[in-house]
Design a protein around this ligand. Structure first.
Ligand code: 0X9
Ligand code: ZN
Length: 443
């Protein structure tokens, strides 16, 4: 093979397939989110076999018997509920190991239940989701455009941080970076503000680690509010928009290096070997009520107390300092294609619910007009399930932010958390249209 051919092959080789020993490309400005290459390699070797034989089933829950049967699988090894067991929804998506799969499907058949298969081979879907360009190509990109981030792949934390540094440098006077603190494992919870206005808006992504489309879309919003700013002059003159693409950096890195389906933070709970709390159950409004579990091993463990996590404390302190200026709070999650209006902890509604609904409906309409799918609009507690200690409810009730919303981005479960990276760009475009329509609705 000639040197030119080898170089071409290197440039084109997807290097980030789990188990293929991808070495993370260090941000040129340095970053606290880096993992030593050697450790990464070992972890990815573990990761390679982790989901072999796993499937995601969609179980029909039209009978109470099936709901009860599924409940017996909660917190069991080899079982991961991708959507909650809720009487409000007709189906539940659950990822199962090969052993659990045979047992659960047999028990479903025996009891007259039914199911379909959303993802027949989770390991394959993980590999297919994110064919990252080779490190050489990323370096080439950095040389050409000044940063490694693309909206064609899901990137590591350091690449997100590098992009914010780039935007700050390139759009001086319009955008600047900020930090709301340091995560449990010592990573920066970093954001960027863009805009010249007195009025303020908050946008966060990546509160749940495995919901990769969320940080990708928030970084798209950063691009939209900086690079194309001349088009958004009306918004940027009136508002300053604070954006944090990766609010849970430890969890996010762990989904790249350890377990792809990690949801929580990575804090240690005294007396338990289980790690992490659900940051979206950790906010101090109706903390520890509906939709939580006192079991530290549960994916909806709300932490030992409200704001036990440095990441949520960072949000709390920042938003309370900005209490009089912050007018809108938007948090990005996935998946189910919904746009939530408070409250989510229970079915009660704030007195200005209709006004919030008006703004959310403008967002959903704009999203569809931009070529996106239909998003259902309403309270999480009525459309999906009640869940307490959420950031959106706290922002509304305690930080006095009038317009508070949560997006559940694409898709509806066909890929779920494993949404292919080829859909990032469209997802970003349609979501940017929604966000801008919502902001213009309160201009
Ligand atoms: O359960 C959650 O935290 C969110 N759904 S997810 O599947 N991404 O985990 C929904 C949160 C909605 N807001 C409140 N319940 N407050
Ligand atoms: Zn989420």
């Amino acid at each position: 093979m000639g040197p030119l051919v080898s170089l071409l092959l290197l440039l084109l080789t997807p290097a980030a397939v789990p188990g293929h020993g991808q070495v993370h490309v260090q941000s040129s400005r340095g970053d606290t989110g880096l993992v030593p290459a050697l450790r990464l390699r070992t972890e990815q070797a573990d990761n390679a076999a982790q989901y072999a034989g796993y499937q995601v089933l969609r179980v029909n829950v039209d009978s109470n018997g099936t709901l009860d049967l599924l409940r017996t699988y909660e917190d069991r090894p080899g079982v991961d509920f991708w959507t909650p067991i809720s009487p409000l929804v007709p189906t539940v998506d659950v990822m199962v190991s090969p052993d659990v799969r045979s047992e659960l499907t047999r028990r479903l058949k025996d009891s007259g239940g039914s199911y379909g298969v959303n993802i027949g081979n989770v390991q394959d879907a993980i590999v297919r989701q994110n064919p990252i360009p080779s490190p050489f190509y990323l370096e080439l990109l950095e040389g050409r455009q000044g940063y490694q981030l693309t909206w064609k792949a899901y990137h590591r934390l350091a690449v997100h941080h590098q992009y914010m540094d780039y935007v700050e440098h390139e759009y001086r006077g319009l955008c600047s970076t900020f930090s709301i603190g340091i995560s449990t494992e010592g990573r920066n919870v970093k954001g960027i503000r863009c805009g010249l206005g007195e009025r303020e808006i908050w946008i966060d992504g990546g509160i749940h680690a495995r919901e990769w489309i969320s940080p990708a879309v928030v970084s798209y919003l950063v691009k939209d509010f900086s690079a194309t700013s001349y088009k958004e002059q009306d918004i940027l003159k009136a508002f300053t928009i604070y954006m944090i693409p990766v609010l849970n950096p430890d969890g996010y890195e762990y989904t790249h290096t350890g377990r792809r389906m990690w949801r929580k933070t990575r804090s240690r709970t005294p007396g338990s070997s289980c790690v992490g709390a659900d940051p979206n159950r950790n906010f101090g409004y109706h903390w520890g009520e509906a939709g939580t579990s006192t079991n530290p091993c549960s994916d909806v463990y709300p932490g030992s107390r409200p704001f036990s996590e440095p990441e949520t404390r960072g949000v709390r302190d920042f938003l309370l300092q900005h209490k009089n200026k912050m007018e809108m709070y938007i948090s990005f999650h996935s998946y189910s294609q919904m746009l939530f209006v408070p409250y989510g902890h229970g079915t009660e509604r704030p007195s200005d619910y209709d006004e919030l609904l008006r703004v959310a409906q403008k967002g959903a309409a704009a999203l569809q007009a931009a070529g996106g799918p239909a998003f259902r609009v309403g309270q999480a507690s009525r459309l999906l399930y009640a869940a307490s200690g959420g950031s959106d409810d706290w922002a509304k009730a305690k930080a006095n932010i009038k317009y508070s919303f949560t997006f559940e981005l694409r898709d509806k479960g066909f890929n779920g958390f494993l949404l292919p990276s080829s859909l990032i760009e469209q997802s970003g475009r349609e979501t940017a249209a929604a966000v801008k329509a919502m902001i213009r609705a309160i201009l």
